[in-house]
Design a protein around this ligand. Structure first.
Ligand SMILES: [Zn+2]
Length: 198
């Protein structure tokens, strides 16, 4: 398994190449993705949450990779066409179309990508939004905006909830077996050091 991070103009996009190709979030232009992957087919796109900076290029990817499966929570899917809940308005975007549901697979805590041969599991990480979700693949955590190298996601946005953020941070602190954390913005970091408060 090989993991590469593209610094997109909107957010980090993580590309996991194993028996299938999985990409996390859609905040880098399709050209940037193709530069990195060559002609490799993308099998799965995982959307960590429905903030515009994380799905800005999703339709381009879906159009290019015809049979791609898109994984996200049901709550994320339901707000994709809402410029306020997705904070698209903050990026000057006032009109959004919902993507075709036929390629969408809904995930919740414990759901897995069965086609991926590596041990994997989705993990609910609410707080930054009510739709925030992470993906664990072996000892790697792709956490979206739930956790950063030097902080955690804002909790003053639509559907944010500080109590949920606190619960999520506690949940992460108790999570065993994670080595590296790949965030939606900024650097990836060593997970155990992130919670070393001593
Ligand atoms: Zn966000």
């Amino acid at each position: 398994m090989k993991i590469t991070t593209i610094r997109g103009d909107m957010c980090n996009v993580h590309i996991i190449i194993s028996n299938i190709v999985v990409i996390v979030d859609a905040g880098a232009s399709l050209n940037k993705i193709l530069e990195e992957t060559g002609n490799e087919k993308i099998d799965v796109i995982f959307l960590t949450h429905a903030h515009y900076d994380h799905f800005a290029y999703l339709n381009d990817y879906i159009e290019k990779f015809k049979d791609v499966k898109v994984y996200m929570t049901r709550q994320a899917f339901e707000k994709l066409d809402n410029p306020i809940l997705t904070v698209a308005k903050l990026f000057g975007v006032n009109n959004l179309n919902k993507i075709n549901q036929s390629c969408v697979n809904f995930v919740e805590d414990g759901t897995t990508i069965d086609e991926l041969e590596n041990k994997n599991c989705f993990i609910s990480l609410k707080g930054h939004t009510d739709c925030s979700c992470g993906l664990i693949i072996e000892d790697n955590l792709f956490c979206g905006d739930a956790l950063f190298e030097d902080g955690f996601g804002r909790y003053d946005l639509p559907t944010s909830d500080f109590n949920e953020t606190s619960k999520t941070l506690q949940k992460l602190k108790n999570l065993k077996g994670i080595n590296t954390c790949y965030a939606g913005h900024g650097n990836s970091f060593e997970f155990s050091k992130r919670f070393n408060f001593n």
